[in-house]
Design a protein around this ligand. Sequence first.
Ligand SMILES: Cc1cc2nc3c(=O)[nH]c(=O)nc-3n(C[C@H](O)[C@H](O)[C@H](O)COP(=O)(O)OP(=O)(O)OC[C@H]3O[C@@H](n4cnc5c(N)ncnc54)[C@H](O)[C@@H]3O)c2cc1C
Length: 482
Amino acid sequence: MDTALDRHEHGVTREADILIIGGGLSGAMLAAQLLRLPGRREVLIVEPRSELGRGEAYSAVELGHTLNGNAARMSVDPDNADDLTQWLTAFIEAGGWPESDQQQVPISELFPPRGMFGLYAQQRLAEARELGVQNGSTAEHVRGEAVDLRVVDDAVMLTLDDGQVLRGRFAVLATGMFPAARTPQTESSGLNAAALDPWDVAAMRRLDPQSTVLIIGSGLTMVDAVVSLEQAGHRGPIEVFSRHGLLPHVRRQPPAWVDFLAEDHSLRSPRQLMRALRQQCRQALAQGIDWQAPLDTVRAHIGRLWSQASDVQRRQFVRHVRPWWESHHHRSPPLSAELVARLHEEGRLRIRAASFNGLASSAEGTLAIHIRRRGEAGLTVVQGAALINSSGIEYDWRRVARPLPQQLLARGLIQPGPLALGIAACPDGAVLDAHGEPAERLFAMGPPLRGMWWESTAVTDVASQAKALAARLVELQTHHPD
Ligand SMILES: Cc1cc2nc3c(=O)[nH]c(=O)nc-3n(C[C@H](O)[C@H](O)[C@H](O)COP(=O)(O)OP(=O)(O)OC[C@H]3O[C@@H](n4cnc5c(N)ncnc54)[C@H](O)[C@@H]3O)c2cc1C
């Protein structure tokens, strides 16, 4: 179709080379990488939030809501592991984080507040924008939610919630994680309306400080919720319910350990992996070395192991290893873990292996939930004054009640990823359509690729994917000019 006609017919309001859908850490870091590469390109980043680079994770405002890894582990520059430490050093010297003195550890070992990390990501994007200007490249924030996407001949048309239509040669889904609270299931159970936001300290200040708070889920969001409650002055009982009743371990700074998976490519099944890992952990402990040392070497290989595994093996991993992996691998920052441990010891925080089964009827001003204790058939009613849902993320896009995932599925432009975790894609990020064909113009990165790599969410995953995808898009742009 003639391009001018095509634009007119679709009511195109803006055009760009690359449309990035979602301006959290993934979208911002992809834009930064695109701006740094030679050549001229226009990038539009569609994001409803007022600021780029933050998403939910790095919009945090409380100093107690920190990264779960220290500065040495959280660089957004895959070529410079010290990038965050260097930024933080300058930031602290300029008086940006006076409280950091209290921790008395080297800067590389500090666990920065997530809001501060958001500032770091924004600054790196701003620097990339300045560099981009030299090539004539730009990256602009378009406020809004993308609600529909079509691929028309040689372009992608993106419709926003205010009716704007953006036309791009390529588009990238950097839509991050969808909270479990956004699913029709939790919507209909009434959970969303009843639950407090785990990070909303102001709302928690309105609670009676001695009241009982119920928390569903026992992962890192629960840890954040407990930090929020403490900050809000809550001093009453906290009842935590989760299927396995496991708390995240605390993150320590283990010494280096031999990369045993690099040396043994015969390990494929989850069972083999776990057997080898347990053996390595035993060896470490026998030498007086932290078990976290061997565990941390697995991280670099998990994507390869997951993508090589069969669906049966992946299911085994999810069923048998996942709870263990979540509590041992996704570890808690030390100060937050200390708080949780203290409240647990004092008997104020109790954790029970039980699943949430919906709201129960209760007297006005109170709240009651049905839980099913592990190993029991019947339901039990538990009362509290407030409820916090920290049960995590919805990775199955078929259950995400947002327009864009639903439209992409309805149009057959995407298909669910392995085990319905996120969406299916090629290793370079090109999404697979409903027939399994790789898209020429539609890509994805970060959490939507959970099913492809298992770990596709953390800062370092996002940073390395942003670099690789930017190089791929520039290659496509160069080889297929308009
Ligand atoms: C509370 C929390 C704490 C975390 N802490 C850590 C940590 O300490 N260390 C770590 O490594 N990782 C952490 N993570 C993981 C974290 O998700 C990643 O580090 C990172 O935020 C992923 O970035 P993202 O841009 O892919 O996703 P997100 O941050 O979720 O951003 C996605 C963005 O896309 C936008 N969006 C979605 N749909 C649309 C649409 N249709 N149109 C336009 N925009 C859209 C959203 O508004 C959002 O801003 C944390 C995550 C959370 C939620």
